[in-house]
Design a protein around this ligand. Structure first.
Ligand code: ARG
Length: 415
């Protein structure tokens, strides 16, 4: 009996061609397709996989699971890779890896397969995650192994009854889920040229937005958004709706040259309207409720969290430990934030929280000031003590009067 391989199937050309290719390697192919918020026609994908030669095809609506178990902790960490990318594709691979392993166990399979190339980050995320979840499984990556040119792939598809798209495909490689849409390849590859407008699909060009800003109110409970404009929604639904609202005002366009784990710099385009709006709003609330120490410590770990997710280390003790920290750090992040979505910007228009540490008496410059100005003198004296001690033996700077372009006005000399 042929060995079973469980293939992560998208319905696209590469993973479709992988079905006859894996069969020719002697595998019995079981396909798995998941909707993570791309609005897929799962029934059509299922039918296609079986028609091409898969023994069976599992499909799953994984939107809620993706939001709860992958987006929620990443948002809790305000995770942005290299300060810009909210990690939409990065977060989805560990979920798909779990799905592959679960189906492999159900099917008694010893191998799983994915459609990643050898140049990207996604192969790393799949391979490392699968190894973490079940190190006994063999991972097959057909696209990494076969040596097809584009034309050879189309010819192979034709010869093996794989429907070849008749309409011109997008010139870009696209990956879509609730947390964002990514595009790479084609004209995007020239970092010296502006991103072609047709690379965007979720966002209105900031120049073409309606003149009036759109105001949205977000309610957070312990770091998690729970309501949009007062309406309580599950996390995935809230993200889905916010993508539409913020995208309509051009919010969430990200252009970057990013450092891939495999050593390549690549020009990437992301659209992440909800992710950018939510991270902006959550930071605004953190400014209000976190102590200075915690605010700065939490922020200092954002980049490390993002790098772990980006670099395929989702299932690692380091990520789990950071999750525990972020959970504790955002326990008090409860309150409301109003954002103005306007011509590509998400601008904070207000924030309130029962646990606010903002003290109007301390902050104000008005008559109602309660701050003890005299106490500041002693504090500043001690704060500067080490510097004065050092300066007494070794001046730290030497202001030279000759270097200043003084203009000096003296009283007219009295005659
Ligand atoms: N560069 C991004 C990342 O590494 C996006 C990858 C998207 N994948 C794709 N097959 N288009 O996370």
């Amino acid at each position: 009996m042929a060995e079973t391989v469980v293939l992560a199937y998208s319905g696209g050309l590469d993973t479709s061609v992988a079905i006859p290719w894996l069969s020719e390697q002697g595998y019995d192919v079981v396909a798995v397709a998941a909707d993570l918020g791309a609005n897929l026609d799962l029934a059509a994908i299922q039918e296609k996989a079986v028609k091409i030669g898969a023994r069976r095809c599992y499909v799953v609506d994984a939107r809620a699971m993706f939001a709860e178990r992958f987006i929620r902790p990443a948002l809790n960490a305000n995770a942005l890779y290299e300060g810009q990318y909210p990690l939409s594709a990065s977060l989805s691979r560990p979920l798909i890896a779990e799905l592959l392993v679960a189906v492999a166990h159900r099917e008694g399979a010893d191998a799983v397969a994915h459609g990643c190339t050898g140049k990207g980050n996604d192969q790393v995320r799949f391979d490392v995650a699968i190894g973490a979840l079940d190190p006994s499984l063999t991972v097959v990556a057909p696209v990494r192994e076969w040596a097809f040119s584009r034309d050879a792939e189309l010819e192979y598809a034709d010869a093996h009854g794989v429907p070849v798209p008749v309409t011109r495909q997008s010139p870009y490689s696209i990956d879509v889920n609730l947390w964002g849409r990514s595009a790479e390849g084609g004209a995007i590859e020239d970092p010296g040229a502006p991103v072609p407008e047709d690379a965007y699909a979720w966002t209105v060009s900031p120049q073409a937005c309606p003149p009036e800003a759109l105001s949205v109110q977000l309610t957070f409970e312990s770091g998690t958004p729970v309501a949009l404009n007062g309406e309580h929604l599950s996390l995935w639904e809230l993200i889905d709706r916010l993508n539409g609202l913020a995208g309509s005002r051009g919010v969430g366009r990200i252009e970057m040259v990013e450092n891939r784990l495999v050593g390549i710099k690549s020009r990437e385009v992301y659209e992440a309207p909800a992710a950018i709006a939510l991270i902006t709003a959550k930071r605004a609330l953190e400014q209000l409720v976190l102590t200075r120490d915690l605010y700065q410590l939490r922020a200092s770990l954002e980049g490390q969290y993002a790098a772990l997710a980006y670099n395929g280390l989702w299932y690692s003790p380091a990520r789990l430990a950071l999750d525990a920290f972020m959970l504790e750090a955002t326990r008090s992040v409860t309150g409301e934030v109003t954002l103005l979505l306007d011509h590509g910007q998400a601008i904070v228009a207000g924030r309130t929280a029962a646990g606010s540490l903002y003290n109007p008496g301390l902050a104000t410059y008005s008559l109602h000031d309660t701050f003890d100005h005299k106490a500041a003198k002693g504090f500043v004296d001690l704060w500067g003590l080490p510097i004065r001690t050092l300066a007494a033996i070794h001046p730290l700077a030497d202001p030279d009067a000759e270097n200043w372009p003084f203009s000096i006005l003296e009283p007219a000399s009295r005659a």
